[in-house]
Ligand binder design. Structure first.
Ligand code: 5RP
Length: 220
């Protein structure tokens, strides 16, 4: 199977988690796009969706799925999204597509985070994928120095501005032994909006697509 076929298989499996009459939290990226396309087939059974990026909002709207503002929603039964890396505790690195801040906000409102991945995203320790950090533009140099002091190799994502008007610094060469603690440490850096570690609020369920089928793994 190709990687895209695996991504689609994980996304299709996530449709089982969508309840009739619900508003669905929707992530961003190529795997989430397969989920959006699947959601379109059942759009008459749901009220609509909250999108985690402008790109996902456009795709949802193109399918005729109603969009809700997160501020008008108290809770979401489920948030479905991909990841760049996921470990055994279902902590993740996200933000390869640059949507980490809105993803983290929508995920925070959701009762269940369902992560959809192909098996290449499963890792023993997070950090091989460069950790995205969204930063207020005027803090770029200061945050870059602070990230280097924490042991990483920060690189500005050239030519990229987030949906929130900020920049992304990708931190290479990290070995993240304690994701929960490291997520908090990064949150304390003045000028950092969000970092791509999703450990404090990891996934509740992983749907991992392998050539032998989609495996469901639930957090403890
Ligand atoms: C976007 C993300 C994506 O979920 C992550 O980059 C995975 O993307 P893909 O499904 O295309 O492999 O965090 O900000």
């Amino acid at each position: 199977m190709t990687q895209d076929e695996l991504k689609r298989a994980a996304a299709e499996a996530a449709l089982e988690f969508v309840g009739d009459g619900s508003i669905v939290g929707v992530g961003t990226g190529s795997t989430a796009n397969f989920f959006i396309d699947g959601l379109a087939r059942m759009k008459d059974r749901i009220r609509g969706a909250v999108a985690s990026s402008e790109a996902s909002a456009h795709r949802l709207a193109a399918h005729g799925i109603a969009l809700f503002d997160l501020n008008d929603v108290t809770t979401l039964p489920v948030y479905v999204d991909g990841a760049d890396e996921i470990d055994a505790s279902l902590a993740m690195i996200k933000g390869g597509g640059g949507a980490l801040t809105r993803e983290k906000i929508v995920a925070a409102v959701a009762e269940r985070f369902v992560c959809i991945c192909d098996a290449s995203k499963q890792v023993e320790a997070l950090g091989r994928f460069p950790l995205p950090v969204e930063v207020i533009p005027m803090a770029r140099a200061q945050v870059t120095r602070a990230l280097a002091a924490l042991g990483g190799r920060p690189l500005l994502r050239e030519g990229f501005i987030t949906d929130n008007g900020n920049i992304i610094i990708d931190v290479h060469g990290l070995q993240i032994a304690r994701p929960v603690e490291f997520e908090s440490t990064l949150n304390q850096l003045v000028g950092v909006v969000t970092n791509g570690l999703f450990a404090r609020r990891g996934a509740n369920t992983l749907l991992l697509a392998t050539p032998d089928g989609v495996r469901r793994i639930d957090a403890d």
